[in-house]
Each structure stands twice: as C-alpha cells, then as structure tokens.
Design a protein around this ligand. Sequence first.
Ligand code: NAI
Length: 269
Amino acid sequence: MGTYVVTGSASGIGAASAAALTAAGHTVIGVDLRDAEVTADLGTPEGRGHAVGEILSIGGGVLDGVAAVAGVGPDTEDAAAVVSVDFFGPVALLEGLRPALERADAGRAVAIGSNSATTVPLVDEVLVDLALAGDEDRARDHARAAQRAAPPELTAIAPSISAYASAKFALARWVRRTAVTPEWARRGVLLNAIAPGAVLTPLMLGSTGAAPDQSADDFPTPMPLGVFGRPEDIAFWVHQFLRPEARFATGAVLFVDGGTDAAMRPDAQ
Ligand code: NAI
C-alpha cells in the first residue's frame, strides 16, 4: 500500500479523492487550510514551503502519488489570490515533491485544472505567460489590474472569472510542458491533469449561484449528460491516474465534465 498526498482534502473533490485512496488501503496525507494532516496556506510561498517540508517529514521522503486538488473559484474577490492558489500552489507543490515521487517505484502526479480553461472565452494570454514564467508578483499585479479594467458586466458574472480561466489554462499548459521533460518523464514520474466541469461542491455552488437541486439543463454552459458531476466522479479518475498500473499516460488533460467541452468545441482536439 502506498502513501499519497491530496491537497484540498477537507472538502469536495479533494475529500472524495482522499476517501477513494483511503478505501483502497493507502495512507493519505491531506493538505488544507483546516481539518487536514498538514495545515497550510498554499496561496503563499511560506505556506507551500511549510507544506512540502511537513509532507516529506511525514512520508519519510518517499511518495507514491500527489493529487494537487486545492483551489479557489471564480467568485473569489481578489484575482491575485486565484493566481496564487490555483496556479502557483499546485506548481510549487508538485515541483517540491517530485524528488520524493522519483524515489517511489511508480511515482504519479495529477493536477486539477478546469474546463473553464477552454470553455470560458476570457483567457488572458499575458497572465498565462507571466504565470508560466514563474513570476508570481507580476502575475498577481497583472491579474488585479485586469480585474479593475474589466467591464462591470463581466465581473458581475464572477469577480475573478478571467483570472480563474487563465490560471487553469496556465496550469494545464504547465502540466503538458513539464510532464515530457527528462526530469519527470525519464525518471518515471508521470504527470497528468483533469479538467472537471460543473461538479456539485461548495466551490461550484458559490461561484455559479446554482442550487444543489437545480436542473443541469438550466446551467449556462451545455451539460449533454443532463446531470451535474459529483465529487466522486472526479475522484475516480484521480485514483486511476495515481495507480502504478497507469504506465503510459503523461502530459494528458482529461475532460471529466459531462460532455461540456465536447459540446462547445466539438472539433478541437
Ligand atoms: P471545494 O471548495 O469543495 O474544495 C476546495 C478545497 O481547497 C477546500 O477544502 C479549501 O479549503 C482548499 N483550499 C482553498 N484554498 C486553499 C489554500 N490557499 N491552501 C490550502 N487549501 C486551500 O472545491 P472543489 O470544487 O472540490 O474544488 C477542487 C478543485 O477542483 C479546485 O482546484 C477547483 O478549481 C477544481 N474544479 C472544480 C469544479 C467544480 O465544479 N466543483 C470545476 C472545475 C474545477
């Protein structure tokens, strides 16, 4: 049985992922702002450093898998916080824990992006470039400036909708670029991303104003399956990507969104 890290383990998709791994007999090191084995704020460099140190200490320097799930939604007031938590948080954690994954027989990592990266037409390429350049200060400043300059009808939808789509877009691009570098691929550490769609969690309900019993057909984006996702529906794929038997997938971005991305962009591959 292995040792796995799940960030965002106190709620929603992270809690369901931790439960799936625990049910399979593994040891789970949960990381969250509260109610977790490691309490840390992944929105700050200090918090990320603290989390990596604690995880390595608990895991004895060897980890079988890491699921970077923690995130905040587009309803977050401060766009800079979205950039820090949703992009720099997972990137720093995955980079910091990569050597521990390499020490396992079959190290696996998965990051949770979002289909907002492809279905929300508000990706800010400048913000994406600043994030991928690793410049957190400038990325945060840019996100705030863009938020201030955005038309009110846009921020009325959700105050950080562009920063959210951009941070998730950058995260998926980082996964694809990073997974194929020799440091990851040739050392046997596989890295993939999942892009969920609308999943019934506090983040989704808070960000969209949807009601838990609302029909998925009334959602603003198409929901071909006619239902919202449950946290377990994403946790299933988190678990699959983390299995040692998942030996030939790396750099993949898997949409688990009830068909929304396919409905909106049927010809994109
Ligand atoms: P949630 O709100 O139920 O869980 C998020 C967890 O992340 C919470 O436990 C929260 O405390 C933790 N977290 C937030 N900021 C943190 C920080 N600074 N440091 C440490 N932990 C922090 O939300 P949900 O829906 O389970 O979200 C999980 C991931 O899935 C997020 O990355 C989100 O962007 C992504 N996602 C969710 C979708 C949905 O419809 N629910 C759709 C697409 C992506």
